[in-house]
Unconditional design. Structure first.
Length: 129
């Protein structure tokens, strides 16, 4: 089981680096948009995968560990979020720090709920087929 988690973590970390860097490069350096997008999409993906995996026998425990603990654990960047927020506060940029925290929490929770709902709909669709 550990090797599934390790493989997923490596892929998730690589995806985080590539996507986060691409987004941040295009957005500029004034706001940590890359990390924000990673946190939102990671929350969506984890919500979707956990709901779908626990509601269906289509995903084995090994693949579930690879995708959730592994990939999502390597992909999401909450520790980076914490550091970037602290850095904004230390720089005296309280407005951006507050905006970053609010957007991260609200949209990451929304991503998780949307992922849960999407998986519920997919499970229902599969049951009907």
């Amino acid at each position: 089981m550990i090797w599934y988690v390790v493989a997923g973590s490596a892929i998730g970390g690589g995806a985080r680096f590539l996507l986060g860097t691409l987004i941040q490069h295009r957005a500029g350096g004034q706001f940590p948009l890359g990390t924000l997008v990673i946190n939102i999409t990671g929350s969506f993906l984890l919500g979707f995968l956990l709901r779908y995996a626990t509601g269906s026998a289509a995903i084995s425990p090994e693949v579930r560990a690879l995708l959730t603990t592994g990939f999502c654990g390597g992909y999401t960047t909450f520790s980076t979020f914490s550091y970037e927020t602290a850095a904004l506060i230390e720089d005296g940029d309280y407005r951006r720090a507050a905006l970053y925290v609010a957007l991260s929490v609200v949209f990451s929770l929304a991503g998780a709920f949307i992922g849960l709902a999407a998986a519920r709909e997919l499970l229902e669709l599969r049951r009907r087929l």
